[in-house]
Ligand binder design. Structure first.
Ligand code: ZN
Length: 260
């Protein structure tokens, strides 16, 4: 199975990320994608990918770390994309999006999101989307930019109707620890009724602890528990979930024709 969203470059893993990767492999996790958040993070991700062959990376400007000077940050992002390709295991642009729970004005976030969608189109990369009470704005932007490169809606939560809107635009849905909580009824129902061919597994470690592990550092080591929760929603086996979601990952991020 593959962890399609794990922030292994963050300080929470600074001391032991290599041990965490090794332990995850022992638990059946064969690849891990580290999404980008800041220019400093992209450098760190590049170094980690050079050291460890099971890591894939993405570069992007996360809405939580909104740059003071967005023009400079966007040109740095363009440079980072131009000097990396699938040989460096750069597989996507992200994590990008819109978050209605932070202070940055929504129109400012939406403008930066659309600039990054344009860069993704230019470099023929899929995107990794961050949402919080913002599905309507993200969908509006994807349509306005006529972005057709697809990607993944990281940590999908929402209704069946919202899920279908993304799938219709060529997106996959990232399934994480949320589904291990019984109270997440709407999201569990939406994902139970979504064909596994549209889903990817993820942990969002070190964030989004699974049910029963609140207050602890989340880790890709726990990805099999997410797979088990999804398998039970679909009345199927973990092996089946694993095979499908791995194939979905490879078809979305394993393309060799992007970047140049
Ligand atoms: Zn994330």
């Amino acid at each position: 199975m593959i962890d399609s969203h794990c922030h292994l470059d963050l300080p929470a893993f600074a001391k032991d990320w290599q041990a965490v990767v090794a332990e995850s492999q022992g638990c059946g996790v064969r690849r891990i994608l580290i999404p980008g958040t800041t220019p400093a993070g992209w450098q760190q991700q590049r170094r980690m990918a050079n050291q460890c062959a099971v890591l894939d990376i993405a570069f992007g400007l996360h809405p939580y770390f909104f740059p003071q000077n967005s023009d400079t940050a966007l040109s740095e992002l363009g440079d980072a994309l131009a000097t990396s390709d699938s040989a460096n295991r750069l597989v996507a642009l992200g994590e990008i999006g819109i978050d209605a729970s932070i202070d940055t004005p929504l129109d400012t976030q939406q403008a930066l999101f659309e600039e990054q969608l344009k860069l993704a189109a230019q470099y023929n990369l899929p995107v990794i989307l961050h949402h919080r009470r913002s599905h309507h704005l993200l969908i509006e932007s994807i349509k306005r930019c006529q972005f057709s490169g697809g990607g993944v809606v990281h940590a999908f939560s929402g209704s069946e109707q919202v899920a279908q809107s993304y799938i219709d635009m060529g997106f996959k849905l990232g399934v994480g620890g949320t589904i291990t909580y019984e109270r997440a009824r709407k999201t569990r129902k939406a994902l139970a009724n979504t064909d596994i061919c549209h889903l990817l597994l993820e942990t969002d470690a070190p964030d989004m602890p699974l049910a029963g592990r609140q207050g602890q550092r989340n880790s890709p080591v726990y990805l099999p528990e997410v797979a088990a929760a999804l398998a039970s929603l679909h009345n199927t086996s973990v092996a089946d979930v694993s095979a499908h979601t791995d194939a979905n990952y490879d078809s979305l991020f394993g393309r060799l024709d992007h970047c140049k």
